[in-house]
Ligand binder design. Sequence first.
Ligand code: ASP
Ligand code: MG
Length: 408
Amino acid sequence: MALIVQKYGGTSVGSTDRIKNVARKVAKFHEQGHQVVVVVSAMSGETNRLIALAKELTPNPDPRELDVVVSTGEQVTIGLLAMALQAAGIPAKSYTGGQVKILTDDAYTKARILDIDDAAMRQNLSEGKIVIVAGFQGVDADGNITTLGRGGSDTTGVALAAALKADECQIYTDVDGVYTTDPRIVPEARKLDTITFEEMLEMASLGSKVLQIRSVEFAGKYKVKLRVLSSFEEESQGTLITVEENRNMEQPVISGIAFNRDEAKITILGVPDQPGIAYQILGPVADANIDIDMIIQNSGRDGLADFSFTVGRGDLDKTINVLDRVKAVINAKSIESDKSLCKVSIVGVGMRSHPGVAAKMFRTLSEEGINIRMISTSEIKISVVIEEKYLELAVRVLHKAFNLDSAA
Ligand code: ASP
Ligand code: MG
């Protein structure tokens, strides 16, 4: 007998028929003698609908009240799933985050979980009940409803699995696992049987949206055995996210290719090449809550340097406003920007032990005449910024060059 936490996303519970399907799947594990805790999202589209309602009333809803509203989506689903299970003769009990209690800080709309009381859940499980918990929500020390940020039900699932020391946390979604890259761009993309936490974190932070990134961090930290799988395909084992690197020699050096269309590059030309300049430029950008990605500074001539960095495209105008003020202070020549860019990254723990991976990436791109505008690397990732019009081509040729195509 195992203790399993299963999380079902919005599409998986998008209608009462689909909720019945989830009940069937849950029942199967229950019949096999496992203890099951189920975490559910709101029905697909519901959270967006609730946010839109709030915005009809005010452009900037009070965060506490917004959480009161958006947390209702998950409350509907837990009740419906409990009814579906009970109708099939299976004992089940639903809990909101506050009822469990999933204690969070009071950072409304992006709260962090501090503690989970597992007593009631354990009691119900020992009575043979299926426990159903609303994802995405918690309660602060004063009893206010909080939510964990978009996609937060994944984090609820992993956090419950950690608190209950579950044997496995299964995240059911509308894809059957983690792919080498987006199959809409590369039809030859393959589902990975396993991926390491580190790789998954890189893939998630680079825009591969299978799991909320915080849930992966959480699972890595608490060593939760995490599996992503489809709620619609019965046979697939999905993708297991692993700690160990049980890699054999034949495994590809690169596990996946991630990309992000949402890049804008800003260059400040002619900044004095002296201590403190990077801080003077990026300090105000950080103060304006703008996330910076890649940074490059080249020391030019005559004591002047050029300073470039990338931000999300949506932040470009805001960043330029901030920099216009900085420019006068540091006496820079001019500011240039480019928003027709994208980022393509290859990810793989195998690159630690294989030299020449970067060279192969750059050669592959050069053979297609693709100009690399910026480069950044970490131990298990190489990212390039290129023109957005080359995104599909770059991903396809890299996928092939690193032997990720399914035929290979
Ligand atoms: N319902 C929430 C959202 O749409 C949380 C989740 O689905 O994970 O972001
Ligand atoms: Mg989700």
